[in-house]
Write a new protein. Structure first.
Length: 157
């Protein structure tokens, strides 16, 4: 009887460990166990998306309101189009809103920063399928360092 009790406890411990590792893996991968409900889609066209990836967060003031669904290339002018999936509970942003690609910390992961625009009479709210007109591309650290070194080199002459 004592051997059976030990085997059951070991089995429960192993099952809990596997469950904890699964939840940790989902957390690290920025996934959730269940969907957060209904979403609507917005599109944004950028000149440079840097290291932005699908499933990256869309944030307003640090609060995650959605995710990047996909990134495609516009066949007419070869610029990236980012498809954003925004949770329905965060609808009602004015069409004057803007998005930019930001970085968490100095070398952290990139995310889409959503800046709500101003709202007054005649300004409609963003609807499913709308394009955000005001976009700011990613600041690429390599370009910034290259520009700094180039400027330093020209000062020495």
């Amino acid at each position: 009887m004592n051997k059976y009790k030990t085997e059951v406890l070991v089995g429960v411990f192993v099952a809990l460990t596997i469950g904890a590792l699964l939840l940790l893996a989902l957390k690290v991968a920025n996934q959730t166990v269940a969907s957060n409900g209904a979403t609507y889609t917005l599109y944004a066209k950028f000149d440079n998306i840097g290291g932005l990836k699908p499933r990256s967060a869309v944030k307003v003031g640090g609060v995650t309101i959605g995710r990047v669904d996909s990134i495609t290339l516009d066949s007419s002018d070869f610029t990236p189009i980012v498809q954003l999936s925004i949770m329905q509970e965060y609808s009602g942003f004015p069409e004057t809103s803007s998005v930019s690609i930001l970085t968490s910390g100095l070398l952290g992961e990139q995310y889409v920063g959503f800046q709500p625009g101003f709202s007054f009479d005649g300004v409609a709210d963003l609807q499913d399928g709308d394009y955000l007109q005001d976009t700011k591309s990613a600041l690429v650290l390599e370009d910034l360092i290259g520009q700094f070194l180039f400027n330093r080199g020209s000062e020495d002459d």
